[in-house]
Design a protein around this ligand. Structure first.
Ligand code: TXA
Ligand code: MG
Length: 357
């Protein structure tokens, strides 16, 4: 840290008022001086430092307790600046998906020499993201340097979708926390590697697999998206091999016909110290105690928006042993991203009631 204590800066007008601009300029100055700043994006909050300053990037790993071999992505205010740090202009795939920038997507491209090894964990590629969130964009413009940033949570915990979560995890460990409400998407960006042929989906997110296929034609899907990495497997997205998104209690995913799922969950509520993360449709049929509502079963964007906050909230329940999450099993659109995060949060514990019949 370069400041004596963590400064929390409340942004109230999307970074547009004089007061907001003053606060964001202060935060940008902290970045240029080698400090760490947590900032909102449309996906989740990020924990940023100047990507070109090795010591500052080192402080990100320390604050999060993140393994050094898990690379960071860099954040820019516009895609036009990407070519300074990676081979962007000559990549035809990037041109094909440029319509998704700025937005909830990260492109992995061949890096240039100026990006330090500490950012990319010595990989020859770097992830580039241009957030569309107005506060992130204003902040990055003021920084004038690329900002390396992972999600602003302690490693292994659910990603932060609200400044409260960042304060919970990182107060006292970072210089500045920019507070600007809840993240819209609620899940981290889609990561697509453009250094492979065909391009490879490494992590599903707000820009769906179908969206990518429409622009790129063929897109491979990394084995890390839906399967468990075994010791010795090489993950194309290194972060996928680590324990992720997990609350303290053990998480189980439950899948089946609505009636079967409700009777299964109701039985668990009577016999176990558990919490349920389910759909609004389940709510009236179950006991309301320790029930967390993901929204209507037909509204997957809402599931994405709420799921991390719910997983995190279960940590506050005294003595909780298990969390059961109702899943649809649908893998289309943003459902794939929600399913991917829940698989990792549950360490792949799926209870399939259709199989048990
Ligand atoms: O939405 C997001 O992407 C958020 C916000 C803050 O921008 N950031 C984020 O960063 O989720 P992080 O570090 O929590 O996740 C980035 C993932 C990690 O799993 C990492 O292993 C992978 O991206 N990654 C980074 N650089 C890579 C590279 N060169 N090749 C493959 N995977 C890479
Ligand atoms: Mg993360």
């Amino acid at each position: 840290m370069i400041l004596e204590k963590t400064e929390i800066l409340e942004i109230t007008c999307d970074g547009k008022s004089d007061e907001d601009i003053k606060k964001l300029s202060f935060a940008a100055d902290v970045i240029r001086r080698g400090g760490t700043v947590c900032f909102p994006t449309e996906t989740v909050y990020g924990l940023g430092a100047n990507a070109l300053d090795e010591a500052a990037v080192g402080d990100i790993f320390k604050a999060k307790g993140r393994p050094q071999d898990n690379p960071l992505i860099i954040h820019l205010d516009c895609l036009e600046n990407a070519d300074k740090y990676c081979k962007a202009k000559e990549n035809v795939h990037l041109d094909a998906i440029s319509c998704f920038f700025p937005g909830p997507i990260t492109a992995v491209l061949e890096k240039r020499e100026n990006v330090p090894d500490v950012v990319t964990a010595k990989l020859k590629s770097v992830g580039v993201r241009v957030p569309v969130h107005p506060v992130a964009n204003a902040f990055l413009k003021l920084c004038g340097v690329p900002v390396a940033a992972p999600s602003a949570n302690i490693s292994g915990k659910p990603s932060p979708t609200d400044a409260r979560h960042v304060i919970e995890d990182l107060f006292g460990k970072v210089d500045v926390i920019i507070s600007a409400g809840r993240s819209d998407v609620g899940l981290e960006s889609t990561i697509v590697s453009l250094v492979t042929t065909p391009p490879t989906l490494l992590r599903p997110g707000g820009i769906s697999y179908e969206d990518l296929c429409e622009k790129l034609g063929e897109v491979a899907v990394s084995n890390a998206v839906l399967s468990e990495m075994k010791p010795g497997d090489t993950a194309s997205a290194p972060g996928m091999k680590y324990k992720h998104y997990a609350p303290k209690a053990s998480v189980f995913l439950v899948h089946g016909a609505e009636d079967d799922v409700v009777s299964f969950l109701s039985h668990k509520q009577k016999n176990e110290n558990c919490a349920i993360i389910g759909f609004s449709e389940d709510k009236d049929l179950l006991c309301k105690k320790n029930f967390f509502d993901l929204g209507s079963i037909d509204n997957p964007s809402e599931h994405a928006h709420r799921v991390f906050a719910h997983l995190r909230a279960t940590d506050a329940i005294e003595g909780l042993e298990k969390v059961y999450v109702h899943i649809t099993g649908d893998k289309s659109g943003i459902n794939l991203a929600v399913f991917n995060r829940l698989l990792k949060a549950s360490a792949y514990h799926v209870i399939d009631l259709t199989e048990e019949k």
